[in-house]
Design a binder for this molecule. Sequence first.
Ligand code: I3P
Length: 109
Amino acid sequence: KAGFLARKIHADMDGKKTPRGKRGWKTFYAILKGTVLYLQKDEYKPEKALSEDDLKNAVSVHHALASKATDYEKRPNVLKLKTADWRVFLFQAQSTEEMESWINKINCV
Ligand code: I3P
């Protein structure tokens, strides 16, 4: 599965709240491949290798939990992703259908 997602980092590896200055929304082209959610700055081009930033932004969704972010009301179509290493991300999809599709795909990994 692939498509544009806006990401907000809510909590870091230790489960602690992500500090100010690193909490902004940023749009990526997301690709779920195996158990990894790759977040690239640009749309995927098969001939282009993953950059260092792309690798840094990649998230393991193995043993992660995705759900609708019912407690976040500032934006529509936002899902919450809790990873096995206690990070928390918010991802805004482009429609309700897209959000539900991402939740299902991530939880079925
Ligand atoms: C954050 C940015 C986010 C905002 C967040 C800010 O600032 O403005 O958009 O979240 O508020 O801290 P920065 O880019 O400097 O990290 P919302 O869009 O959800 O309001 P928060 O700290 O209350 O999450």
